[in-house]
Design a protein. Sequence first.
Lengths: 104, 272
Amino acid sequence: MRLPMRVISWAVNECDDIRNNVLSTYELSKLLREVNRNPHTRQKFMTDAASVVADFKLTPEEAKAVIERDIGALYKLGVHGLILRPFTLIHNVSEPDYLAAIRS
Amino acid sequence: MPIVYASSASHAPGMRAWVKQADPSQVEKIMAGWDHLRVELERAKADVIIALTSEHWANFFLDHIGAFCVGRGESFEGPIEPWLGVEKVTIQGDPALAQYILEGAYKNGFEPSFSYEARLDHGTMVPLSFLMPTPHARLVPIFFNGLAPPRPQPTRCIAFGQQLGALLRARPERIAIIATGGLSHDPGEKNHGVIDTDFDAAFLAAITKGDLRALSAFSDERIFAAGGGTPEVLAWMALAGVMEGQGARQICYEPVKAWATGIGMALYENAH
């Protein structure tokens, strides 16, 4: 479900419409944040990501990006850096790899 | 009772999680800075620490987020991040003092939200891991929304601090107060690694002078342009308000590339 919310000018210097005007990824961000901060969700996600994804109202594109841990896609979908970077730290993604993915 | 200790400092996760990646000469200065702050805090023999701290999606999502939130729990656990390199601890809260702060703020024209279940992330736990390696004082965290606009204005943060200072000085406890966050950084975003040393210098100059007018003049736009994480300095502004124009001594400033953050520390040496 895409929620038309007026949100979050996440980045000023590298503007694009998604990140500055609409948080289209409310549910997606909510899911990743839950993985970051809830040890039970995190454990379930690590063993069966699809079952966690099924509990959130994601578009097929969002679900695919999460299950494939496609960092570049998650960033372009609008996930905030303070949710996405911690999510990738849980997956042991190095900083150069992370930055290359979001800048690609 | 006068405030017995006050300091502001950055809380970048790298100070715990990625120490070896940073320039050793910078690390040395930063660790010496923490030692200095810790020794002063121990000397102050505080009963309770008020932490003016940042929200990073640990407690609030866009389902509910307010400008200021007072933690009134019996205890607080943190950090929530398994990768931080800080051991999880439980720190005793001070619900009675938190309630007093809330009631006083409401009388003074501020209506912070409150939480019995606030969780602590690196924003509070990195500084506390250095300042209070073994918890010996109670904690009342006050969370600032530096994330989701609209963010509170600098003038409001300073005024919030001013009324908070008056409330705290009317208490019998020995109260220490810390602000955490900043300085310039753009965590996890495309400008991750860019440090706005001009902003940091101007901001630290205003903090060290206790220049509330200069602090008020920083716009939300200017602060945010220094990186998405930079609005955490709103907590420093609130502490400057608490200290009512007292100057602070800059303990260190190092723009640490590996931690993608301008690391600053300031101590109110004659806190009262």
